[in-house]
Design a protein around this ligand. Structure first.
Ligand code: ASP
Length: 438
């Protein structure tokens, strides 16, 4: 019998009826042995995610020494336990959590992790599976960096004699306490567990059918991607296709485990999508299009920059010092551009500009705000003559000015930078050019 690791997202576990459905899905296939859960998500559009409520509790506790929002969390979990008729001391668990949020003066990571923790306790009781706390097996160092190999060893040792388990997603621990991944991080936990137990398949159960070739809010009925490589997955999810956390690809990729995106609400519609690098791409040029808005470009100009030793290092040290990460660095002979997520520069832009100017004695440093970036991703583009030409013609016909271009060194993406205001039109123009008539 094979092993499947299943991760269920927040919408799939938002209330007792949803959790009941999930229990049915798990029981329907004996290979579904290790289950990773998110915290309860939104029950409808106006609802709030439990994780958001928990963050609010932590902030309240820090500011006032109390957390009134915890009442909402209590109500949700008590309703879930009542609806499922599971035997758990939920009152006791909730009280301990509330006390700790207050006594820690709003430890945000601890607070945020409790949605997953409680949901895992509940699903484990419902299924009769063992509960395994992620804090015992998923490890970060003191600085907060994830320790993948130590985690893999610990998780393997802990799970090797447990036939079936439920594990909370999203968090692990440092030597000092609880630490979470970034938002949506339960996808990463699922991938880590899949690697540790040597799964045959990582099933990621969510509320959509799979990866779409473009954002459905911009393009009408975009096609579903039928197959995707790890590298394409990484590029698309990093550039804004929010089906799977962009870091979830790494653990399964190491062990060559395929990922399947499944729709909890329509299991029959699921698509097998992420396989090894060598799937059959016959006839496919562009696999998908994704993008993000709101980048800032810092433009640095200096005569003879190209022959000045250490120029780039000095510029980059300034950004490192202010803990700003960079997305792209297109360069010319006497110019260098830094493309940075605008929010990274919040409150730091002026000082960063001054420091860069003096670090390299630049002739000119200027800033351009409101850049959007769009990535065309696909192995099929490698060595295909004329792709960039088609892209620029399509954007030109749509009246869109291209401000930046970066053909990723991975050779499976082309990224264009355009004004924020042109973003939607550009996505439609590119979609029509490459995916309607490939
Ligand atoms: N509950 C966390 C969040 O809302 C993590 C997750 O769902 O993956 O981001």
């Amino acid at each position: 019998m094979g092993i499947k690791v299943c991760k269920f997202g927040g919408t799939s576990l938002a209330d007792s009826a949803a959790i009941e459905r999930v229990a049915g899905i798990v029981r329907a296939d004996g290979e579904r042995k290790y289950i990773v859960v998110s915290a309860p998500g939104k029950r409808d559009k106006k609802d709030e995610k439990v994780t958001d409520l928990l963050y609010r509790c932590a902030d309240e506790a820090r500011q006032t020494g109390d957390c009134p929002t915890f009442l909402l969390i209590k109500k949700r979990f008590k309703e879930i336990v009542k609806g499922l008729k599971v035997d758990i001391d939920m009152e006791g668990e909730l009280e301990r959590i509330r006390e700790r949020i207050i006594s820690s003066r709003g430890d945000r990571d601890y607070a945020a992790s409790r949605g997953e923790y409680l949901n895992a306790l509940i699903l484990a009781a419902k299924l009769g599976y063992e509960f395994v706390d992620a804090a015992d097996i998923i490890k970060f160092d003191r600085k907060g960096a994830f320790d993948s190999e130590y985690t893999n060893d610990l998780a393997f040792l802990r799970l090797k004699n447990i036939e079936r388990a439920v594990i909370p997603g999203f968090y692990g621990s440092t030597p000092d306490g609880i630490k979470t991944f970034s938002r949506g991080g339960s996808d990463i936990t699922g991938s880590i567990i899949a690697r540790a137990v040597g799964a045959d398949l990582y099933e990621n159960w969510t509320d959509v059918d799979g990866f779409l070739t473009a954002d459905p809010k911009i393009v009408e009925n975009p096609k579903l991607i039928d197959m995707l490589s790890y590298r394409e997955l990484r590029e698309l999810s990093y550039m804004g296709a929010f089906v799977l956390h962009s870091e979830a690809v790494f653990p399964v990729r190491k062990a060559n485990i395929p990922i399947e995106i499944k729709n909890t609400f329509h299991p029959e519609r699921s698509t097998k999508i992420v396989a090894a690098e060598d799937y059959d791409r016959t006839g496919k040029l562009v696999t998908g299009i994704a993008g993000k808005k709101d980048f800032t470009v810092i433009f640095i100009e200096k005569q003879m920059m190209n022959s000045e030793l250490g120029f780039c290092r000095r510029v980059l040290s300034v950004l490192e010092h202010y803990e700003i990460s960079i997305e792209h660095i297109p360069t010319g002979i006497d110019t260098m551009c830094l493309v940075i997520h605008s929010e990274e520069l919040d409150g730091k832009l002026d000082v960063v500009l001054d420091k860069i100017k003096s670090a390299v004695s630049a002739d000119n440093v200027s800033v351009f705000h409101g850049l959007a970036m769009i990535a065309l991703v696909g192995h099929g583009m490698k060595n295909r003559i004329g792709t960039a030409g088609r892209l620029f013609s399509a954007l030109g016909r749509a009246g869109i000015n291209v401000r930046m271009i970066d053909q990723g060194s991975s050779e499976i993406n082309i990224i264009v930078g355009i004004d924020n205001k042109d973003y939607e039109n550009a996505i439609r123009a590119i979609y029509n050019e490459f995916l309607i008539n490939p």
